[in-house]
Design a protein around this ligand. Structure first.
Ligand SMILES: N[C@@H](CCC(=O)N[C@@H](CS)C(=O)NCC(=O)O)C(=O)O
Length: 205
């Protein structure tokens, strides 16, 4: 298998982080230069079906191009440690939190960076008002998570899961514009530092 990847991009980092948690080392990594537009060539689009990274090319040539679909596929092939839930209830809870953090935290954080960082202008023209709106949205959800994390270590269950990976990679992308979550969200910041301290977190940076 081959993973089409871009260093420092947040969606591929989800996959690389999951691979590190599971100790997956037998997937070839192919770097795609987004700023040079390599993902927009007809060769890449014809192969992958979308101008995005990550994409996982299977040995039979099939390409899967949504980060969470790739993560779920790898979870099936490499079940331990479990990151998506062991039974129906856990799977539903983890899915619920993964979808929430993706929609209300990670996506607005990614848009904040995308509409701010001058180096990303080849992908998106900087728009400070769009960036500010998205940063405020993300911070509103950080407050929700701060309350949730007051008496628990991880977002979805009593162990680290894909929901933590999706949330932490989204917030961490803010580092490109030197973004720091509000200091008074102490539980949220404690959780973020704990995620960052995992040796596996470095796999995606
Ligand atoms: N929902 C997709 C999003 C993929 C995505 O937007 N990837 C970004 C990099 S993090 C990308 O390829 N951007 C290229 C562009 O916007 O032109 C996923 O989770 O894989």
């Amino acid at each position: 298998m081959k993973l089409y990847d871009t260093q420092r991009a947040p969606n591929p980092r989800r996959v690389r982080w999951l691979m590190a948690e599971k100790g997956i080392e037998d997937i070839e990594i192919v770097q795609v230069d987004l700023l040079a537009g390599q993902h927009r060539t007809s060769e890449y689009r014809d192969k992958v079906g979308a101008p995005h990274v990550p994409a996982l090319e299977l040995d039979d040539g099939t390409c899967i191009s949504e980060s969470l679909a790739i993560c779920r596929y790898l979870e099936t092939l490499y079940p331990e440690p479990n990151l998506f839930g062991r039974d129906a209830r856990e799977q539903a809870e983890i899915e619920m939190w993964t979808r929430r953090v993706e929609m209300y935290l990670s996506t607005p954080m990614m848009l904040t960076v995308r509409f701010t960082h001058p180096a990303l202008a080849t992908l998106e023209e900087p728009k400070p008002e769009v960036a500010a709106y998205n940063r405020d949205s993300a911070e509103r959800y950080m407050k929700v998570l701060d309350r949730r994390l007051a008496d628990r270590e991880f977002i979805a269950t009593d162990r680290f899961t894909i929901a933590d990976i999706v949330a932490a990679t989204g917030v961490d992308f803010g580092r490109l514009i030197k973004y720091r979550p509000p200091e008074d969200y102490i539980h949220f910041n404690r959780w973020l530092e704990a995620c960052r301290a995992r040796p596996t977190a470095k796999a995606g940076l």
